[in-house]
Design a binder for this molecule. Structure first.
Ligand SMILES: Nc1ncnc2c1ncn2[C@@H]1O[C@H](COP(=O)(O)OP(=O)(O)OP(=O)(O)O)[C@@H](O)[C@H]1O
Ligand SMILES: [K+]
Ligand SMILES: [Mg+2]
Length: 676
């Protein structure tokens, strides 16, 4: 199974959508869409009047009434089809996800012994052993061992990933497969609440709730519907007073033309398709609300390493200071990195090997490991003989040696600034009270970042790079990448503070993260995008998960959110602007017999009152399927300021919405006139 499946609409999806369109006629289902529900009631009344002419008022024209009935029926089916089509791809994906969810055997650890139980019996807290070739029976955390895991079942990415106990790569997902080695996993979810279960219900739209924005728009559409309902109902006595007998089917036709059926019919399809676009992008949004929030983002917080830069920060050079030589710096850097499992730490050992340093690993035996932490920004070893070896951010190492009574070498700042100015990260290497030199960590800004940040700026989004690195490196990378602002030497809690500060100014904030210490910030942000490779805590705090674990995707997610909101706005404008032409078509048609002067309003020169009404009604129906592709794909859009965008859309969809039906209704009238 592969969520990344790119195929658009298969014939089976279309076939199923056609069937669904009929099933969705069920009034109990239809009532969730009040605008279309009003159309359905109208349709039923017209059918009744066609079958029993003369039920109310004077006997009508049965042929005409039946025609109105069929056009109304198709209006309903078209709206249903739009929704069913939008749901189709998710349902197909859910079906294949369910296939990966079959019951498997799990090796559960009970009192030190392995017992084979069905995976469905596993509960939170159970511990299982998974060996090479076996599927992981449930979501969990690796508590022992290291293994490479094939996650293609959920990510679509075929290259296996390493999962190991401790740290940010310890979470595993049920249904993925261990391809080498063996791990012990503590299960973290009960049956029915796993990641795949959540994915299924998400792509299926089973728990889809209306988003705040959709609710607001629905309220507007319902209000419009009620207003037009009152207008049309009062029209009958007014007309009667003028001596005109308005037939009920004609009034219903007028009502359906005037109420916002176009947007009413497409609204839910737009929302589902927006969610689907995010999913096709291999990002799981926990709710439509999250996708919408992405569309309204004002501030985006990005970390430097791994998001803006490639993040494979590699030691490139050892730089001695204070009169020491390269060998000494390199050796101490390497000794201090013997137990540093971070990519930076491992790259120090590789560099030492590359330049031919002989390492005596026994020096580290029995040493106490000081792990790297974002809070301390240092790592190293406390050797058995009492010496303390450290490497870390220059300012923290300086503080450390000063606290031990050491002296900062005079050439340290010049040399570390030189590295930082080139965009590199200098790590100072120290033993007890002495700094021996620097490790030059190199990283590269991902190509195309500047363009993307330019686009975000045009959309009115401020980008802030938040990094644990020193101000000089941060400034260089910020300039190179083109972000608007940066915060250097930031600790994890500084991220939360930054988010709160922006939110206090009334801004919506997006951020990405993967570590347990990112979890609070991910939860605080309006849009929190967690990496699938990250910890369970991060994934649970976030409202989106990127299955590809590419933090820079937040940029595209925001674009998709914007596009969703714009599509909804554009089609609402279009739908309401359509009414003008319909007034000109139907009102003269209704009154022309009693008030011949009304003929002046027949600017389209429509054939007859009957053809005018039918043409307006047919246009009103077929505009729905015609706009389905736009609703599904989203309106094309170039980044620009919100005000400019609004102006442009008002012109295209407002003006277009006024003009299109004049042309459309006239053309349809020419055809209808041939038959009637
Ligand atoms: N393995 C390590 N050992 C010692 N110090 C390190 C190690 N890795 C990073 N550092 C230092 O700690 C600082 C903070 O690292 P951290 O990973 O928190 O932030 P960052 O990677 O620089 O920035 P970002 O938040 O953009 O990822 C780094 O800038 C570096 O100076
Ligand atoms: K309408
Ligand atoms: Mg980092």
């Amino acid at each position: 199974m592969n969520v990344k499946r790119k195929s658009m609409l298969t014939s089976s999806i279309v076939g199923r959508a056609l069937k669904e369109s009929l099933l969705k006629l069920n009034p109990a289902v239809m009532i969730r869409n009040p605008v279309m529900f009003v159309v359905e009631i109208g349709t039923a009344i017209v059918l009744l009047l066609s079958l029993f002419p003369g039920l109310v008022g004077t006997e009508g024209d049965t042929g005409f009434n039946l025609t109105v009935f069929f056009i109304l029926l198709f209006t309903l089916l078209f709206a249903n089809f739009a929704e069913a089509l939008a749901e189709g791809r998710g349902k197909a994906q859910a079906a294949s996800l369910k296939n990966t969810k079959k019951e498997i055997q799990a090796n559960k650890l009970v009192g030190g012994a392995v017992r084979v139980v069905p995976s469905t019996e596993l509960r939170k807290g159970d511990v299982v052993v998974v060996s090479q070739g076996e599927s992981i029976p449930g979501d969990g955390e690796v508590i022992e061992g290291l293994a490479s895991v094939d996650e293609s079942a959920i990510t679509g990415e075929s290259a296996p990933v390493i999962k190991e106990a401790g740290g940010d790569f310890s979470s595993v997902t049920g249904g993925t497969r261990v391809v080498s080695d063996k791990i012990t996993v503590r299960i973290t979810s009960d049956p029915g609440e796993s990641f795949i279960d959540r994915m299924i219900s998400l792509v299926e739209g089973a728990k889809r709730q209306k988003t705040p924005n959709e609710l607001a728009l629905s309220t507007l559409l319902i209000s419009l519907t009620i207003i037009f309902l009152i207008v049309v109902v009062t029209l009958k006595p007014i007309a009667a007073y003028l001596g005109i007998d308005l037939q009920v089917p004609v009034l219903i036709a007028l009502l359906v033309c005037l109420i916002p059926t176009t947007i009413g019919g497409l609204l839910s399809a737009i929302g589902i398709a927006g969610m689907d676009r995010v999913t096709q992008f291999n990002v799981l949004a926990m709710s439509g609300k999250a996708v919408e929030a992405a569309g309204d983002i004002n501030t985006m917080i990005l970390d430097k390493t791994g998001t803006i830069t490639y993040g494979n920060r590699m030691a490139g050079e050892f730089v001695p200071v204070g009169g020491h030589d390269v060998r000494t710096v390199g050796e101490w850097a390497a000794i201090g990195s013997l137990h540093d499992e971070t990519p930076e730490g491992r790259s120090v050992l590789e560099l030492a090997k590359r330049i031919g340093l002989e390492l005596d690993a026994s020096q580290a035996s029995g040493a106490e490991i000081v792990e790297f932490k974002a809070e301390t920004r240092m790592s190293g070893l406390d050797l058995l003989d009492g010496r303390k070896v450290r490497k870390g951010a220059v300012d923290t190492v300086k503080k450390w040696i000063v606290s031990l009574g050491g002296k900062v070498p005079e050439d340290l700042d010049v040399k570390s600034d030189a590295i930082a100015r080139e965009g590199g990260t200098p790590l100072a290497v120290a033993v007890d009270g002495r700094i021996f030199g620097l490790i030059y960590l190199k990283d590269t800004v991902k190509p195309g970042m500047r363009d993307r940040f330019d686009q975000l700026r045009e959309m009115g989004i401020k980008t802030i790079m938040c990094t644990g690195d020193n101000p000089l490196t941060a400034a260089t990378i910020a300039r190179e990448a083109g972000v608007d602002d940066f915060v250097a030497e930031s600790k994890p809690e500084d991220k939360i503070a930054l988010i709160r500060r922006e939110q206090a100014e009334g801004k919506l904030v997006a951020m990405t993260g993967d570590g347990t210490n990112d979890a609070p910030a991910l939860a605080q942000a309006d849009v929190g995008l967690a990496m699938n490779s990250g910890t369970i805590a991060a994934k649970e705090a976030a409202n989106m998960v990127d299955l590809d674990s590419d933090p820079s995707k937040i940029i595209e997610v925001v674009s998709i959110g914007k596009q969703l909101l714009m599509t909804r706005g554009a089609l609402t404008t279009f739908s309401i602007a359509n009414d003008i032409a319909k007034y000109f078509a139907i009102i003269p048609a209704m009154f022309i017999l009693a008030i011949p002067e009304m003929g002046a309003l027949n600017v389209m020169g429509l054939e007859s009152p009957k053809t005018a009404i039918l043409s307006a009604l047919i246009f009103n129906a077929i505009i729905i399927p015609l706009l389905i592709p736009l609703a599904m794909k989203g309106v094309a859009y170039k980044p620009m300021s919100a005000a400019k965008l609004l102006g442009r859309n008002l012109f295209v969809y407002g003006f277009g919405g006024v003009v299109a039906p004049f042309i459309g209704i006239k053309l349809i009238d020419l055809f209808v006139g041939l038959w009637i």
